[in-house]
Design a binder for this molecule. Structure first.
Ligand SMILES: Nc1ncnc2c1ncn2[C@@H]1O[C@H](COP(=O)(O)OP(=O)(O)OP(=O)(O)O)[C@@H](O)[C@H]1O
Ligand SMILES: [Mg+2]
Length: 334
């Protein structure tokens, strides 16, 4: 972990539920993660594992039906859950930037790209229009759009998906945020544009010392840019570790399952492996581990009792009974 003593974002024991007609859907369960300044953290997990709910909470952009049941989201020493919406607005955009999967829906189709980027800047920082225009041109170039003056005059529908995503990154970086939340930001792009955007995000993080929370179900993308990774299952963070630890010594059977499902580049196998079973039902209250019913290594204790978080190395943690030696000895396989 970089800058060990100073966390930029510290999410502590966060529980978030959605009110649904079938009951309380527990989308995030007791999640804790820390992001240091300049660090890139990847959030991995299957669809529905709670990645976006966690990311939206970090920017206080949760859906109206969501409720933070308990926990803290400390950004620069302030629990943002305690701020008013007006106070939050001054942080969002200025200190926390966001980029999403579908940039087309983040831009207004009736205004030029230039107008929208300038607006994003001037609502937080006092600048003349000329100063804002010049900064927008620089940021578009930083985001890899060399013909920035031309792009400024275009409407969103006149740009390709990759160009629009770069413009979105430029807009998110306009106020020099400390944290960038990228939720499936490269998922809709083809492989070569995806690789370029990943490289760009990594370069920007290094040059500007920006932290990035990078959310995706694409483990290959995480492997390319992240310093550390948190793996979510059924709303719970089941493992965190450095990218190297997660890929070379995955400690949770779910993480191992996800890695086994990664397409093997150069492999001649025709079929991708898939994880057996259904994702955890978030309406359910689990006495034990949420993954137990799908786990190839499930023991009786896994059904009955929640696994504690076990520290495996300085920054590597997993919540799995397999790592609790005394209990494993006395528990039987399911
Ligand atoms: N507004 C909502 N109302 C009710 N349930 C919701 C709402 N938004 C999300 N959920 C549920 O919360 C759970 C977590 O959703 P979330 O979008 O955080 O998952 P995710 O990991 O981002 O998935 P994906 O990879 O598909 O984007 C899912 O079961 C989802 O159906
Ligand atoms: Mg999502």
């Amino acid at each position: 972990m970089k800058n060990k003593e100073k966390a930029l974002l510290d999410i502590k024991n966060l529980n978030i539920s959605y009110r649904t007609k079938n009951g309380e859907a527990k989308a995030v369960r007791d999640a804790s993660i820390t992001i240091s300044q300049g660090e890139i953290i990847g959030i991995a997990g299957e669809s529905g594992s709670g990645k976006s709910t966690l990311a939206n909470a970090a920017a206080r952009l949760l859906d109206k039906s969501a409720k933070v049941i308990s926990g803290e989201i400390v950004f620069e020493d302030t629990d943002i859950l305690k701020l008013t919406e007006a106070q939050m607005q001054s942080i969002r955009g200025a200190k926390i930037g966001m980029i999403f999967q579908n940039p087309a829906s983040s831009f207004n189709p009736v205004y030029t790209i230039g107008n929208q980027i300038i607006e994003a800047l001037t609502c937080h920082i006092k600048l003349t229009r000329k100063q804002a225009h010049d900064k927008a041109v620089i940021m578009l170039k930083t985001a890899g759009l060399e013909n920035a003056e031309y792009i400024m005059k275009q409407y969103p529908h006149q740009l390709s998906g990759g160009m629009l995503q770069r413009a979105m990154i430029a807009m998110a970086l306009m106020c020099s945020p400390k944290l960038l939340i990228a939720d499936e930001a490269t998922t809709a792009l083809d492989a070569s544009v995806q690789a370029q955007i990943l490289r760009l995000l990594k370069d920007i993080s290094i040059q500007e010392n920006i932290s990035i929370m990078f959310i995706t179900h694409n483990l290959l993308a995480l492997k390319q840019i992240c310093d550390k990774i948190a793996v979510m299952y059924g709303g719970r963070i089941v493992e965190t570790g450095s990218t190297d630890e997660i890929f070379t010594a995955p400690a949770h059977p779910y993480t191992r399952g996800l890695i086994d499902c990664m397409p093997d580049i150069g492999s001649h196998e025709r079929y991708l492996k898939t994880l057996q079973g259904e994702p955890a039902d978030i309406l359910r209250v689990f006495k034990g581990c949420e993954f137990a019913e799908r786990c190839p290594e499930c023991m009786k204790i896994c059904i009955k009792q929640k696994p504690p978080k076990t520290q495996l190395s300085e920054n590597h943690f997993a919540s799995c009974w397999m790592h609790c030696k005394a209990e494993v000895k006395i528990s039987e396989q399911c």
